[in-house]
Design a protein around this ligand. Structure first.
Ligand SMILES: [Cu+2]
Length: 233
């Protein structure tokens, strides 16, 4: 479970994020090593001692310009490199006939499907290889929808409804923690996203949503067998 590196990517847009992460990690990692090695070297080379005169200095203007301009240029380049990912993931939400409403609250994820009033607590079920849209709301404070394997993270902000999406390529059960400190129960606020094969998802819809009215695409071929659900208040 505690993998030392990134969790497995199972999302169609995960690679767009991962290569940027690795690039930034390399730049900051190499910079950190250079800084610490230089610092250690200088600590030894210029250490205080008998016979070493004190030197007063006001710095070096050329050096200061260089170490201001170089990081600024790196940031500008990173901005251009990350623009396509931002555009694909955040700005252009692809069409889908599966749109799920997620309302965060202290301290649960409440999930509802179109055409059904049933509220699922801390569990979401979606089909594999299909674009899923999530309409994200919060009922109290700021929470954050985070599924590490999907490379998706988005704050849920009170008073706003934020549209997000993902498409998962591997069935499984993925941890779904809240990634924004939201109160005393924050650490216990987590759900699971169940990604099913097409057939399994149909079965799940038939057993859990069909009685109350299923999403449009599932309606015609699902038998209305779940009479127990109807009887519930
Ligand atoms: Cu939360």
């Amino acid at each position: 479970m505690l993998n030392w590196w990134l969790p497995e990517n199972v999302s169609t847009y995960g690679n767009d994020i991962d290569w940027l992460f690795h690039l930034i990690y390399a730049i900051t990692g190499i910079t950190a090593i250079l800084v610490f090695v230089t610092m250690a070297f200088f600590l030894v080379k210029y250490r205080a001692g008998a016979g070493r005169p004190v030197k007063y200095t006001h710095g070096n203007t050329t050096l200061e310009i260089v170490w201001t301009v170089v990081p600024a240029l790196i940031l500008v380049v990173l901005t251009f490199l990350s623009a396509p990912a931002w555009s694909r993931i955040k700005m252009n939400i692809p069409a889908s006939d599966l749109e799920i409403l997620v309302t965060a609250k202290q301290f649960n994820w409440q999930v509802t499907y179109p055409g059904s009033d049933k509220v699922f607590l801390d569990e979401m079920h979606v089909p594999v290889n299909k674009i899923v849209r999530v309409r994200l709301k919060s009922q109290d404070v700021i929470h954050s929808f985070f599924v590490p394997q999907f490379r998706m993270k988005q704050d849920a902000v009170p008073g706003r409804e934020i549209l997000q999406w993902f498409e998962v390529v591997k069935p499984g059960r993925y941890e779904w923690p809240c990634a924004e400190l939201c109160g005393f129960g924050h650490s216990g606020m987590r759900g699971w996203v169940h990604v099913h094969t097409a057939d399994d998802y149909k079965k799940w819809v038939a057993e859990n949503l069909a009685a109350a009215g299923a999403p449009a695409e599932e309606k015609k071929d699902e038998p209305k067998k779940n009479e127990k659900e109807k009887a519930k208040p």
